[in-house]
Design a protein around this ligand. Structure first.
Ligand code: ASP
Length: 585
């Protein structure tokens, strides 16, 4: 028996009990005639105590040799401490050790195993197993477990069945590149790792499973923006015989359950916003609505003067930053530099100070009088003391720029509070999205999303205007889930694929299996997928997902601990009939 109790368990009530504990040495305080050892396991820390008077000499000597992270087993008696430590749950007691076994020694760890460590990111990732011993990482993983467990309980109670789908599949287009796996047995052929189980969950609906979910890994070979992982986890769900409303209600239920269960927060019915409105009011399809600063479009009130920057712009749009009239000229100049950085890309920024006395002072006073500026204030809902920031240019670009500024200002003003939760459904996404690079339309969600009823014909005339039965769930400015009502008949799916630029032959080759299935009585169906990593991070009040993933990859998609990806042997290549043709970078 390695242990009778954990290191987090013993209290005064256990006094005089004989116990056996096992764990890691957090630290040793050797006072010569007395030695204290903090023994740690997942459950906590217990103080071990050795003293010259009562501890056999051999054990004293052994205790003196203990180093940080040694793995030991200690037997002894629980004793109430003379000076208690109120900071830890076991702080009222200590264990007077009578037997000590060193189960394993340890090198000196490359960073301190403390809540605040001296280890940088790279080092922590290389020795992730040591990092996981630290409370913040350990707690994050336990937190993730709790969320996953709550998800499983909820969905299971709602009649969902967890079904596993394969990883070695054929491409499922979710808008990223596939990771591919060569097949040894099928020379020259490749599997693709799923970007999501999309087609499989639809086939499960054709198979009559009715309500499916899976906590599942997905793989997307994208250039890694900050805080993205090439493999990530989805809570993937699908339901048959449902309309959009059924899905929204079910998964609003799940999200509400999680907020209550995990965060103890009760949320009212989730507000809903049309995609077009989100873009107009926040310049973004995942607005953070914990704070205001809604966009005010100023074309009508700003394009009638001689200010050509505005006159030539497709959109002139502003936000009122609360209280920011207190910014000094220098601070505002810095802000202007901020929006002009290449990452944001604005050409400049016009501002208008809203003074406490109701007057205005703008950077374009030459062109606009008090009356004009009062209209700006009215439209942006600016109050005395605010600063109106105005950008202009091409609609899409300007919206993205102002949205970035809005988030930045909220961050600086402390308006993004991690303990406040503002969920929001975004509805009626466009079905298609124009891609500048390839100069054609792409599915905004994926090719299996159905258009709004009656809009199929619009695909021929105004494809960009067709709206989809698609929805996203947004939480605190993050997209945490997205889904749609699917196409469930072959002719519609064929039309959709045609509009996405697939020839009949290509459509057949890639999605023949799904189209065939639709011919055998596919029920109406729809679903959603949540990004579990992000969801967990938000519920945990954190911005980054890394600490909620046991073994994350770095920004270059590398696992620096196991050193992957890595070359493979000549022999393996041979076996796979592969030849490398590396281009020097
Ligand atoms: N497969 C979709 C995704 O990964 C989710 C869905 O449509 O259910 O975003």
């Amino acid at each position: 028996m390695f242990r009778s109790h954990t290191c987090g368990e013993l209290r005064t009530a256990h006094s005089k009990t004989e116990v056996t504990l096992s764990g890691w040495v957090q630290g040793v305080r050797d006072k010569g005639f007395m030695i204290y050892v903090d023994l740690r396991d997942r459950y906590g820390i217990t103080q071990l105590y050795f003293d010259e008077e009562s501890t056999p000499k051999a054990i004293m000597l052994k205790a003196q040799k203990l180093g940080r992270e040694f793995v030991i087993q200690a037997k002894g008696t629980v004793v109430e401490r003379a000076s208690k430590n109120p900071n830890i749950p076991t702080g009222d007691i200590e264990v007077l050790v009578s037997e000590l076994t060193i189960l394993n020694t340890s090198l000196v760890p490359p960073f301190t195993i403390e809540d605040k460590t001296d280890g940088g990111d790279d080092l922590r990732m290389k020795y992730r197993y040591l990092d996981i011993r630290r409370n913040p990482v350990k707690e994050s993983l336990i937190f993730r477990h709790k969320v996953a467990q709550a998800v499983r309980n909820y969905l299971s109670n709602e009649g969902f069945i967890e079904v596993e789908t394969p990883y070695l599949i054929k491409s499922t287009p979710e808008g990223a590149r596939d990771f591919v796996v060569p097949s040894r047995m099928n020379e020259g052929q490749f599997y693709a790792l799923p970007q999501s189980p999309q087609t499989f969950k639809q086939l499960l609906m054709v198979g009559g499973m009715d309500k499916y979910f899976q906590i599942v890994k997905c793989f997307r070979d994208e250039d890694l923006r900050a805080d993205r992982q090439p493999e990530f986890t989805q809570i993937d769900c699908e339901m048959a015989f449902v309309e959009q409303e059924d899905i929204l209600n079910t998964f609003e239920g799940l999200t509400r359950h999680l907020l209550k269960e995990i965060n103890g927060v009760e949320v009212e019915k989730f507000p809903r916003m049309l995609y077009d409105d989100a873009m107009r009011l926040y310049g973004n399809d995942k607005p953070d609505i914990r704070f205001g600063m809604q966009f005010g479009e100023l074309n009508d009130v700003a394009q009638h003067k001689d200010f050509n920057v505005f006159n030539n712009a497709e959109l002139v749009v502003g936000i009122a930053v609360p209280g920011a009239n207190s910014f000094t000229r220098k601070e505002i100049d810095k802000l202007i530099d901020w929006v002009k950085r290449p990452q944001i890309g604005a050409l400049g920024m016009v501002y208008c100070r809203c003074n406490e006395d109701g007057t205005f002072k703008s950077s374009v006073d030459k062109f606009y009088n008090q009356e004009d500026l009062a209209k700006w204030a009215e439209i942006t809902r600016a109050k005395p003391g605010d600063l109106i920031c105005v950008l202009s240019g091409e609609t899409d670009k300007v919206r993205a720029q102002l949205s970035a500024l809005r988030m930045e200002m909220a961050e600086r003003l402390g308006l993004r509070k991690s303990n406040e939760f503002a969920p929001l459904w975004i509805m009626d996404f466009p079905l298609l999205e124009w891609d500048e690079e390839t100069e054609r339309f792409h599915a905004m969600h994926h090719p299996f999303t159905s258009p709004k009823p009656g809009q199929l014909d619009l695909l021929d005339t105004n494809p960009g205007d067709v709206k989809a039965n698609a929805y996203d769930l947004v939480l605190n400015g993050n997209e945490i889930g997205g889904g749609s009502i699917r196409i469930h008949d072959k002719p519609t799916q064929a039309i959709m694929l045609k509009h996405l630029g697939f020839s009949e032959k290509e459509a057949r080759a890639q999605f023949g299996f799904l189209m065939d299935a639709f011919e055998y009585g596919a029920p109406p169906h729809g679903g959603i997928a949540f990004g579990l990593d992000r969801l967990v991070a938000i519920l945990g009040g954190q911005e980054t997902i890394r600490d909620f993933i046991a073994f994350p990859k770095n920004n270059s998609g590398r696992d620096v601990m196991i050193d992957a990806p890595a070359p493979i042997d000549e022999e393996q290549l041979e076996e796979l009939s592969l030849k490398l043709n590396l281009k020097a970078k």
